[in-house]
Design a protein around this ligand. Structure first.
Ligand code: FUL
Length: 483
């Protein structure tokens, strides 16, 4: 009898141990999930674009392709200046227009004469792709390539031989200047151009002409972890505007075959993505620090202010996107003083607004915790470790997290991050702050994703409560900061 009851006790213990171990397992991913390369891209948060070509000297935005290569004559190019200014501001990668629509190449391509080798720059011995990629390597900044598919210079644009030309140039770029973290395929295509003297309008079938699958495979064979940007990805998608914002509801998912640039309303769709999208293709928000993408002296007084750049930051990075800010060198080949002033001012605002995280290591109470396990404790959201997270049980899609700030603080921003390795989940949440004995609702929002920065009217409070109201699967939050 004694032995039997011991056996019973033991089997109960064994049973309950295995039961709680099973329950304490991490949540299963909800698909699609980001690749390793996409995760690294999300972490970058801010990248810079550099537009530089003959347009800088002809004052055009889209060169016709008939520009004399001699016009490209920057006298003080200093790519170290570009990289240091951008790095100090917080940009982690730089994407260069190695060739824009006009076809002029910033490296001495052996496949064309329409390049820097026939310009006065360094008497034809210059190579700006090399100078920038070297400067990036030195400073540990990632280097990216923009190579316009549309080429208004080439006589054979529109025929199959051009595709061969384009691929040969990709080989030159990826073999000589890598590693390359991102490849930008611009959607602007076809239209009037010089085309080797034909001076006509040409249109191509964007869906078939470039035979993209083969080109992407070629690039992948040289750079397996490359992120491809295009309207439809497959690495990252266009955000649908050139003003640097995504919508407040921003899913990293979308179904690529539902994407057709030019389709009415597509822009709004790109800026929101789709809760049920089949692929992970997050939005990249591109915008220029000036009205144009290329430098024009007449825009020297139209450089976006630090305040405007900060606003853009909140509507891009702050909505789970990545900010790709264009900073075009001037005719000297330097980032202009006015642009530097704005960038520095922008950095100062970032440093000031996000100076002290009031939630760091603060105690958090959740209404529900996965398997009641410490592994998924609410305190994980304030431990500054992005690999730890709070989660609920699989069937629990709503829950509240209460952060005790310890004392009365003035709050302006609440930063939230999901553990996106396991998929993007949260569909709706509110934020309340505790003022005296009352909880006051300060925000009602939808998605979170990699990062969500909620700006509120400054409020004095002792506690912050995040109420998750709906989620695609059990919510998983890795980080919350309060400023
Ligand atoms: C557009 C281009 O036509 C602009 O000139 C610029 O390069 C921008 C980033 O993409 O589609």
């Amino acid at each position: 009898m004694k032995n039997l009851s011991l056996l019973f006790c033991l089997s109960f213990l064994v049973g309950s141990v295995s039961f709680s171990q099973k329950k304490a397992e991490p949540p299963k991913p909800v698909f699609p999930v980001p690749s390793e390369a996409q995760l690294a891209w999300h972490e970058m948060e801010m990248n810079a674009f550099v537009h530089f070509t003959t347009n800088t000297f002809t004052d055009l935005e889209w060169g016709m392709g008939n520009e004399d290569t001699k016009v490209f004559n920057p006298t003080e190019v200093n790519t170290n200046q570009w990289v240091s200014v951008l790095k100090e501001t917080g940009f982690k990668g730089i994407i260069l227009t190695c060739k824009h629509h006009d076809g002029f190449c910033l490296w001495p391509s052996k496949y064309t004469d329409h390049s820097i080798k026939n310009s006065p720059y360094k008497n034809g011995n210059g190579d700006i792709v090399k100078e920038l990629s070297d400067a990036c390597k030195k400073e540990n900044v990632k280097f990216g390539v923009y190579l316009s598919p549309w080429d208004r210079n080439r006589a054979d644009y529109g025929s199959p031989s051009y595709i061969n030309y384009y691929r040969n140039q990709l080989k030159e770029l990826f073999n000589a200047y890598g590693p390359v973290f991102e490849m930008w395929f611009d959607g602007a295509n076809g239209g009037t151009g010089f085309y080797g003297g034909a001076d006509e309008k040409r249109s191509i079938n964007g869906a078939t002409y470039y035979d993209w699958p083969k080109t992407l495979d070629l690039v992948r064979s040289m750079e397996p972890n490359i992120i491809f940007f295009s309207d439809a990805g497959p690495g990252v998608r266009w955000c649908g505007n050139e003003e640097g914002h995504v919508n407040t509801t921003n899913w990293n998912m979308i179904t690529a075959d539902t994407l057709f640039a030019g389709k009415p309303g597509i822009e709004k769709f790109l800026g929101t993505g789709s809760e049920n999208g089949k692929q992970w293709i997050p939005a990249e928000a591109d915008v220029s620090i000036r009205p144009g993408w290329f430098y024009h002296q007449k825009e020297d007084d139209k450089v976006k202010s630090p305040e405007k750049l900060f606003e853009i930051y909140l509507t891009s990075v702050g909505r789970g996107s990545l900010l790709l800010l264009n900073v075009p060198p001037d005719r000297r080949g330097l980032i202009h003083e006015n642009d530097i002033r704005s960038l520095k001012g922008f950095r100062e605002i970032l440093n000031r607004e996000f100076k002290t995280n009031l939630a760091i290591n603060k105690k958090v109470i959740a209404t529900s915790t996965r398997a009641k396990s410490k592994n998924f404790s609410a305190n994980n959201i304030t431990d500054a470790n992005k690999e730890t997270y709070w989660a609920t049980d699989d069937n629990v899609l709503t829950s509240s997290l209460e952060i005790d700030l310890g004392t009365t603080q003035t709050i302006k921003y609440i930063v939230l991050q999901e553990y996106i390795k396991l998929g993007q989940r949260v569909k709706a949440f509110t934020i309340e702050v505790k003022q005296g004995n009352a909880w006051v609702k300060v925000a009602q929002e939808t998605t979170i994703g990699h990062k969500r920065i909620v700006k509120i009217d400054p409020a004095k409070a002792t506690k912050v409560r995040i109420n998750i109201l709906d989620s695609r699967a059990c919510p998983i939050i890795s980080n919350v900061e309060v400023y």
